[in-house]
Ligand binder design. Structure first.
Ligand code: C2E
Ligand code: CA
Ligand code: CA
Length: 612
């Protein structure tokens, strides 16, 4: 038996065949019609469209035979694709190339074969349209031409199939990276077959700092980096899969710098979160190169997993993984896994944001005023203005809940405007009624300090209320000042406008004494937790003492926040803390209560006294 030779352009031929994405696809009426016609026209029991793959021939269409494929070694079509003309074997039993071929020698084997090449657009033969009979035939020149016509028709059908396959690939894949796109990803999640002991998981990655590369170096550079990211992620996934038997994974790019990995695995959800997703994030920590320069990006991930054997609903899964990602960004974690509390939290935040948009235009944001006392004289020296919001639908919303939302939603300057203008109104009214010099402090957020409109806003406010800016103190937290370059310059500019500055929440986080001298602030506010701790432990009292000593040296004043007990007052006085505030004297007062409270406090007249 002669094995079929390899085609002279075998590699190109196979590449073209595979690019058609037709092997192992389902039945197709157009090919079926062609071979039905061939079988009738040439009066043979068997007709096929056979595609010759690397080591098999696979039948796209087949009449009269109950097979899907045979080995290439025994195939007649393997010979036919290498033949210049239509390949005809009139009696295989008498042809020495085929007489001992098992397809011939088997019971009811092949005696007659005629195959015309089915070619791709560039003329490479991918297979044949062929006729087979169990008895010998002669095959005329005219019949050969007719068979070739049918084979050309099959070739056109093949080209059409490829066009459709290319179109569908383009609509499911990202042009730049070749990864799945959002549409392809959703289809993959929907079509994934999950075994009973497997879980399905979605890992949603957000690449950090990609936008700044795009902005600084242009879109072409951005594209280069995106291609590198895609390669890097694919490598990381392949590496993980090598050590994770029975796990399958794919990657998609679903937005500018948003990548998603989907997987089916027998590992636990913890593995997906702490090993798989973590490895993808770590892969992004290595530098990327562009314009001969190294760029450090990094990534965060949100993870959504199903229960074993359960299938994920694609768009829901993606949205849940996105929520987990949102939380990871919000809390500064690398990877977080979705749970239902997160969804409720997000829904509540969205509701708060919607209501807040209304509140800032309808006057829903008000201020409450907490007295700050001079610990030497026992007199009130100022008030801290704190934002308050009592929403008709949501009820009272705490500032530590709505302030971060106002910052993210770009509404913080409106909140500040409401609080500060109420503070200035109350400041003027109370000073006149009580005949006492007072200042009011207002809290600033990071988003305000990074926006230069703050300066005009402050000038407008003090002008409109005809108030000396020295009577409007501004509170900034230490973490805010330390958060980015340029903040200290901003503080100098605020001071130039005449506003005294107060460093808020000192001692609550990573406070540093050595940085204090770089801050152009006149006041330091000792955080409530530290005040509280000082009362109970000498170690904390000595921290306050050290801050007080340094503050005195630097010409700054100290305010202790959160005084609730009378016992704390002499301790603070002994440490030369200048002022204090807290619920011991008063909870934050409504605007209309401030003057009366002050009159009553002055009447009693010492640091220990509080208004009932
Ligand atoms: P903060 O600036 O440190 O304000 C002090 C917080 O501690 C206030 O809570 C106040 O009511 C509370 N407090 C004062 N004394 C005591 C005490 O003796 N015991 C206890 N347990 N608590 C005390 P509030 O009003 O809920 O404000 C919370 C945070 O929300 C503020 O912390 C501030 O960071 C922010 N915030 C409030 N109003 C504004 C505002 O208008 N703008 C900005 N950016 N942030 C604000
Ligand atoms: Ca404050
Ligand atoms: Ca504070």
């Amino acid at each position: 038996m002669n094995k079929p030779p390899l085609h002279p352009k075998e590699q190109d031929r196979l590449q073209s065949l595979h690019a058609h994405k037709i092997l192992d696809t389902g039945q197709d009426q157009a090919f079926d019609d062609l071979i039905q016609l061939a079988s009738q026209l040439f009066d043979v029991p068997i007709a096929l469209v056979s595609l010759v793959d690397e080591d098999r021939q696979w039948f796209k269409a087949c009449v009269g035979l109950d097979l899907k494929e045979t080995g290439r070694d025994v195939s007649f079509c393997g010979h036919a694709i290498c033949s210049d003309e239509t390949f005809v074997v009139e009696d295989a039993a008498k042809d020495e190339r085929f007489s001992d071929n098992p397809l011939v020698t088997q019971a009811d084997g092949i005696r007659f074969y005629a195959g015309a090449k089915v070619c791709d657009g560039s003329g490479l033969p991918l297979g044949t349209l062929c006729l087979i009979d169990h008895k010998p035939h002669t095959f005329s020149e005219e019949q050969q031409q007719q068979l070739e016509q049918l084979a050309r028709q099959a070739g056109r059908q093949l080209a059409l199939h490829r066009l459709l396959a290319d179109l569908s690939h383009a609509s499911d894949h990202d042009e730049l990276t070749g990864l799945l796109n959002r549409r392809g990803l959703l289809a993959e999640i929907d079509q994934a077959s999950v075994e009973s002991d497997q879980i399905q998981a979605v890992v949603y990655l957000d690449v950090k700092r990609f936008k700044s590369i795009n902005d600084a170096y242009g879109l072409a550079a951005g594209d280069q980096i995106l291609e590198q990211i895609a390669d890097r992620l694919q490598q990381a996934v392949s590496q993980m899969l090598r050590h994770a038997n029975g796990t399958t994974a794919q990657i998609a790019r679903i937005g500018g710098d948003e990548f998603v990995a989907i997987l089916c695995t027998r590992h636990l959800a913890d593995w997906v979160q702490h090993t798989f997703a973590q490895a993808l994030c770590e892969a992004m920590d290595e530098p990327f190169t562009c314009n001969n320069q190294a760029h450090y990006l990094g990534a965060r991930a949100g993870v959504m997993t199903s229960l074993p054997g359960q299938r994920l609903e694609a768009s829901q899964a993606l949205s849940n993984a996105d929520i987990a990602l949102h939380q990871a960004k919000h809390l500064g974690h690398h990877v977080m896994r979705f749970d239902h509390v997160m969804r409720e939290q997000i829904a509540l935040e969205m509701q708060i944001e919607t209501r807040l948009r209304e509140a800032v235009v309808t006057g829903g944001i008000t201020a409450a005023f907490e007295p700050i006392l001079d610990l030497h004289t026992g007199k009130v020296c100022g008030f801290e203005a704190l934002a308050r919001w009592n929403d008709p639908e949501l009820g009272r919303v705490r500032p530590d809940q709505f302030i971060p939302i106002a910052e993210r939603a770009g509404l913080i300057d409106r909140v500040f405007q409401a609080v500060a203008s109420q503070a200035l109104t109350v400041c003027k009214a109370v000073t006149t009624t009580v005949q006492q010099d007072l200042w009011f402090s207002v809290n600033l957020s990071k988003a305000q300090l990074t926006d230069d409109r703050l300066f005009d806003q402050l000038i407008d406010l003090t002008n409109k209320h005809s108030i000396d800016p020295g009577r409007m103190h501004l509170e900034v937290t230490e973490s805010l000042v330390a958060s980015c370059d340029g903040m200290i310059d901003k503080l100098h500019r605020l001071r130039k406008l005449g506003h005294p500055l107060m460093l808020d929440d000192f001692g609550s986080g990573t406070s540093s004494l050595s940085c204090l001298k770089a801050y152009p602030v006149q006041w330091i506010k000792i955080d409530r937790q530290l005040t509280d701790a000082a009362d109970k432990s000498l170690q904390y009292a000595s921290i306050i003492q050290a801050v007080a000593d340094l503050a005195t040296n630097l010409g700054m004043n100290l305010v202790a926040e959160g005084v609730e007990e009378a016992d704390t007052i002499p301790l603070l006085q002994s440490m030369e803390v200048a002022a204090a505030q807290g619920w011991y004297w008063s909870k934050p007062l409504e605007p209309g209560q401030v003057a009366n409270w002050l009159i009553e406090h002055n009447r009693r007249g010492d640091t220990q006294s509080r208004v009932a």
